[in-house]
Design a protein around this ligand. Structure first.
Ligand SMILES: C[S@@+](CC[C@H](N)C(=O)[O-])C[C@H]1O[C@@H](n2cnc3c(N)ncnc32)[C@H](O)[C@@H]1O
Length: 422
């Protein structure tokens, strides 16, 4: 075991001694020790089962919460948040204090650490897949376990999971897919989902069902590629992306599109045009703004954990990228480019050849557009044209869904009052 792993090991051993104490005996120093040193088992014992416990660097979690702040136009009191596999609670640290936070965690030790560190959150120890709140949360955030084999009694699941295969009353599949499905189910329509996920979900054949599910249920807001050094502190170089989705409201209509190609030679440009449903190869929901793609090349430290902060200002590329998560900047920075093939999903953060030619690869961020969002107006079903080039359209669709719900529920209340009065 190397020096860094030895330090992690010792930190975990001392953490176990702290959490074994009665709550009343745990001191402020104990809590800061836990915050800084408890890392759980991920990567510590090669090939041992770790439950996929590789905790997220705190500045990555902060970036996700702050990006959501920008996208949603600011947080308000009482909003509901879910962290479905909270580990030691890295994400909980950044969630606004006035929020209602639910955090799930299977591992008994990690759940206890999270509940000690973030006592305002409702930390529930247990299997997240049995969580049965649906259409509830304003925000679902986190970094779920990857590659863990789910094998659960089907009757323990509150409903069917398309990403799990049911056989002989067991439901089986890979954890990353099931957790994204859980996040989508748990989010309220119009709510945001932002997760750190393994790269493979964008292109693996095993992820096809999941990609279909997200296309059917979400607007895709952004995908940010993280460098392989991101999880160096827990000994893995896994390739990950942050994906930000927003669950569509039921009033959003589908925009049918088909792919064509323009240009020739090296720089073939795929284009997307609106089409009749019968001849379309793909659809998006109206309100789908350009998907923001960015590639982070420097997370703030190298593979050995040595700081790469040349300016010594504590800022990383993620901090600069945050500026893009306002409506205005998304509009200004987006560059209209479609993916190579119809079936390619925007989860694959990759840049077509012409983009490399235009923007030197290696720069930390560049932008592209997946949808019809080329600044053109899109009219759906004979409706009036809307700009596809920003998020206002999406906001209006969500607002009109809730206005309609309010109108019908207040009508029901008025009817009830009238009935009672009569
Ligand atoms: C990749 S770690 C991330 C932890 C935390 N979200 C973070 O970003 O630091 C995944 C976590 O999922 C937990 N986990 C694994 N399977 C789970 C399940 N079925 N239900 C709830 N948590 C689970 C692991 O114990 C681990 O803490």
């Amino acid at each position: 075991m190397g020096k860094a792993d030895r330090k992690r090991w010792d930190g975990n051993v001392r953490s176990m001694a702290i959490i074994a104490k009665a709550d009343a005996d745990i001191t402020a120093d104990d809590l800061s020790f836990l915050r800084e040193n408890y890392t759980s088992a991920g990567g510590l014992i090669p090939n041992a089962y770790s439950g996929g416990a590789f905790f997220t660097p705190t500045h990555v979690a902060r970036f996700i919460v702050e990006a959501l702040r920008g996208l949603s136009g600011g947080f308000s009191a009482g909003q509901t948040w879910l962290e479905p596999s909270c580990g030691s609670g890295v994400f909980l640290e950044h969630v606004p204090a006035e929020a209602e936070v639910t955090a799930l965690e299977l591992d008994v030790t990690s759940a206890r650490v999270a509940s000690l560190l973030y006592s305002a959150a409702n930390v529930i120890q247990g299997d997240a897949l049995t969580h049965d709140r649906r259409d509830y949360y304003d925000f679902v955030i986190g970094n779920p376990p990857y590659g863990v084999n789910i094998d659960i009694a089907a009757e323990e699941l509150p409903d069917d999971y398309v990403t799990l295969t049911k056989k002989a009353r067991r439901a089986r599949g890979k954890s990353e897919f099931a957790f994204i499905e859980l996040a989508i189910k748990a989010a309220k329509p119009g709510g945001y989902i932002a997760l750190v996920l393994p790269k493979g979900i964008g292109f693996s054949s095993a992820g096809a069902k999941l990609r279909d599910l997200t296309r059917e249920s979400c607007w895709h807001i952004a995908s940010v590629e993280l460098p392989g050094t991101t999880f160096a502190h827990v000994g893995t170089t896994i390739s990950t992306d942050i994906h930000i989705l927003r669950k569509v409201t039921p009033n959003a209509r589908k925009v049918h599109v088909k792919y064509t190609q323009a240009g020739g030679g090296r720089f073939v440009l795929d284009t997307v045009v609106q089409s009749e449903p019968s001849e379309s190869t793909m659809f998006w929901y109206e309100g789908q703004a350009p998907v923001l793609h960015a590639v982070i090349t420097d997370i703030g430290y190298d593979k050995d954990g040595k700081s790469t902060d040349k300016w010594d200002d504590g800022l990383t590329q993620l901090d600069e990228l945050l500026e893009a998560f306002t409506d205005t900047l998304i509009r200004e920075n987006s560059d209209p480019i479609a993916p190579h093939k119809g079936e390619t999903h925007a989860f694959s953060v990759r840049v077509p050849p012409h983009e490399e030619w235009r923007t030197k690869r290696g720069e930390y961020a560049y932008w592209n557009v997946l949808t019809l969002g080329r600044g053109e107006d899109i009219a759906v079903d004979g409706g009036s044209p809307e700009s596809s080039f920003d998020l206002d359209w999406q906001d209006r669709i969500v607002a009109s869904h809730y206005a309609e719900l309010e109108r019908t529920s207040s009508a029901t209340i008025t009817e009830t009052i009238t009935e009672v009065a009569a």
